[in-house]
Design a protein around this ligand. Structure first.
Ligand SMILES: CC(C)(COP(=O)(O)OP(=O)(O)OC[C@H]1O[C@@H](n2cnc3c(N)ncnc32)[C@H](O)[C@@H]1OP(=O)(O)O)[C@@H](O)C(=O)NCCC(=O)NCCS
Length: 216
């Protein structure tokens, strides 16, 4: 997000919320990596020389079919700064652990408890992030509302997510939006994944849809 000026105050700027397209993949990958709090770097850095975790995530976002695919992303876009927010979500039941285990099993073994702790039958909000100086302006709140609406349209009545237990500000935000704690996946602290307390599964029962929220 280098192109966003640090002095720029985005609070009055009109953002467009829309489904992602393949060319959004770089900006989305940077935001997904921020949402992961080091998870993607833990999984993918140093696997292939000169290829970063963000490169690998961007490849996944740019392709059709996988969990990170642009097809599973909504973005907030600014005329001046491009993509400034993303929500990546898909049905929890569609996440095939085996797909990843065959690639880099020792790293995925480490986060196995997190992968196994799922709210089956729910929509899973895999990643939500807003660019640094756009935070605190309701962008995340609107992305959550759009994700809820998309979940209901897909016929799913629950939205779930994982959040690091030490991401106190995000947990507070989720609780304010009606998410409750369901369980904790305990993970050993690894030097390259230094989160304390494990990963918290949260869930929100969605209200019966009453109105449609426009995406664009
Ligand atoms: C969490 C996040 C998506 C919220 O988006 P947002 O647009 O700032 O959210 P809103 O403006 O709708 O709501 C602001 C709330 O988010 C909270 N928040 C959480 N993390 C924050 C952060 N890193 N910076 C600013 N606010 C943050 C604020 O504390 C505020 O809640 P409060 O009023 O209780 O203090 C965004 O802050 C972010 O990208 N954080 C870093 C990535 C991340 O942690 N993602 C979640 C992974 S589970």
């Amino acid at each position: 997000m280098d192109k966003i000026s640090r002095e720029f105050s985005p609070s009055d700027e009109q953002l467009v919320y829309r489904p992602a397209v393949p060319d959004d993949n770089r900006a989305i990958a940077d935001l997904i990596c921020q949402a992961g709090g080091g998870l993607y770097e833990f999984l993918f850095d140093d696997l292939i020389p000169f290829v970063t975790a963000s490169d690998i995530v961007a490849a996944g976002v740019g392709m059709s079919g996988g969990p990170l695919s642009y097809e599973n992303c909504l973005v907030a876009s600014s005329a001046s700064a491009g993509i400034v927010g993303v929500a990546n979500f898909f049905p929890a039941d569609s996440l095939a652990e085996e797909t990843f285990l065959s690639l880099v099993s020792d790293r995925f073994d480490h986060i196995g408890p997190m992968l196994r702790l799922r709210d089956r039958g729910s929509m899973f909000l895999n990643a939500i992030a807003v660019a640094g100086n756009y935070r605190g302006n309701g962008v995340g709140t609107h992305l959550i509302a759009l994700t809820e609406a998309a979940s209901q349209e897909a016929g799913l009545s629950r939205l779930s997510l994982h959040v690091w237990v030490d991401n106190v500000a995000a947990i507070r935000l989720y609780k304010r939006h009606g998410f409750v704690e369901v369980g904790i996946a305990e993970l050993a602290v690894a030097p390259r994944l230094p989160h304390r307390g494990g990963s918290l599964l949260m869930r929100k029962i969605l209200p019966t849809p009453s109105r449609r929220i426009a995406v664009a």
